[in-house]
Design a protein around this ligand. Structure first.
Ligand SMILES: Cc1cc2nc3c(=O)[nH]c(=O)nc-3n(C[C@H](O)[C@H](O)[C@H](O)COP(=O)(O)O)c2cc1C
Length: 330
């Protein structure tokens, strides 16, 4: 059942106003096809694959598994400059394989927008402050997504939650607006739309779904987590990271408190490959910086992405009906 028609459902040609943001190491073909088949829009993260050829294989696999439905690619220009030189090649390959939907994250997205638009694509730009979103709009973003400080992963240095920024942003932006960070229920989707947003972006809520390839220990641990089980680190390096509150995150926080102020000082503790190898592959949830936000508390059972999205939309319908009962007769 399609409950809402918004500028985002129209722009992306999707059934529900739900975007699933790129997830480093995890948003592969199977995950993104799962999102797309369930009526949302998902984004493959090219950096998760060892070689450009492996990325291309994922694009082809996703096209097959999504039965020809459009799907997206996430393009992140890393603040640590890790392999940014590969990004133009990623755009080229995605366009060659028929991808036309992109999610970007970059301090200066102009070159990305140009390449995407020249190839006939559309782009939602993810920003952590309203003024960055306004800049992206001025540079030609087709839609913008504001992520609050409660978002899993790297929410930037902003200290405001998504619903505060969103409430301000609806009067300051013309392009379709998506908000993200801490969203894991249908009632929040209704709230976001009531606020004036055109859609939501979610990441954490899907981490325990069948389609995520990570170790069962990791998923079982996350299923037992609640809203208090995420924490932030690396703020002193101007690179805030919201993660699972595990032993490694606590050590990183202590190292910061003791004065560590550069990436090399943290060594393997903050390397993405550590998280991939020891936690996602190995199942040791106390290792690595494991991106995750407080919406994990909404994930309470093992289910597919389609079941999760159905549950979200059923909750949204309940929330909408409740609102209707509150209306006073005119
Ligand atoms: C495991 C994980 C990995 C992520 N990796 C990326 C990434 O590589 N690129 C990116 O733009 N955002 C990344 N994010 C952020 C998500 O795309 C999205 O903005 C965020 O999850 C939304 O907030 P929520 O987790 O509170 O729903 C990641 C988030 C998580 C939880």
């Amino acid at each position: 059942m399609s409950l809402f028609k918004t500028r985002i459902t129209e722009l992306f040609g999707i059934k529900h106003p739900i975007l699933a943001g790129g997830l480093m190491w995890l948003s592969d073909a199977r995950y993104v096809a799962g999102i797309v088949n369930a009526g949302g829009m998902g984004f493959i993260t090219p950096r998760s694959f060892d070689t450009p050829a492996a990325f291309r294989d994922q694009l082809r696999l996703c096209r097959e598994q999504a039965h020809g439905k459009p799907f997206g690619v996430n393009l992140t220009l890393s603040s640590r400059n890790a392999h940014n030189e590969l990004v133009p090649r990623h755009i080229e390959m995605a366009l060659e394989e028929g991808v036309r939907h992109f999610e970007t994250v970059a301090a200066n997205p102009e070159p990305l927008f140009k390449a995407i638009h020249d190839g006939g694509g559309i782009v939602v730009h993810k920003a952590s402050r309203i003024r960055y979103a306004q800049k992206a709009e001025a540079l030609g973003a087709d839609a913008v997504c504001l992520v609050g400080m409660e978002a899993g992963g790297h929410p930037g240095m902003n200290e405001l939650p998504a619903f505060v920024m969103g409430a301000y942003a609806v009067d300051r932006l013309k392009v379709p607006l998506v908000i993200g960070g801490g969203i894991g229920s249908g009632r929040q989707i209704v709230s976001a739309l009531a606020l004036g947003a055109d859609g939501v972006l979610m990441g954490t809520r899907f981490l325990t779904c069948h389609e995520v390839w990570a170790h069962e220990n990791y998923k079982n641990h996350l299923l037992a987590c609640n809203e208090d089980d995420s924490t932030t680190a690396m703020r002193t390096l101007k690179d805030t990271w919201r993660v699972l509150a595990n032993d490694n995150a606590r050590i990183v926080q202590q190292m910061e408190a003791d004065g560590a102020r550069s990436y090399p000082e943290f060594g393997k503790r903050i390397k993405g490959t550590t998280t991939r190898d020891l936690c996602y592959r190995g199942g040791d949830v106390q290792q690595g910086m494991v991106s995750m936000g407080p919406s994990i508390g909404f994930a309470t059972k093992r289910e597919s992405i389609a079941e999760t999205i159905d549950a979200l939309m059923a909750d949204a319908a309940t929330s909408l009906n409740r609102l209707k009962t509150l209306e006073t007769p005119s």
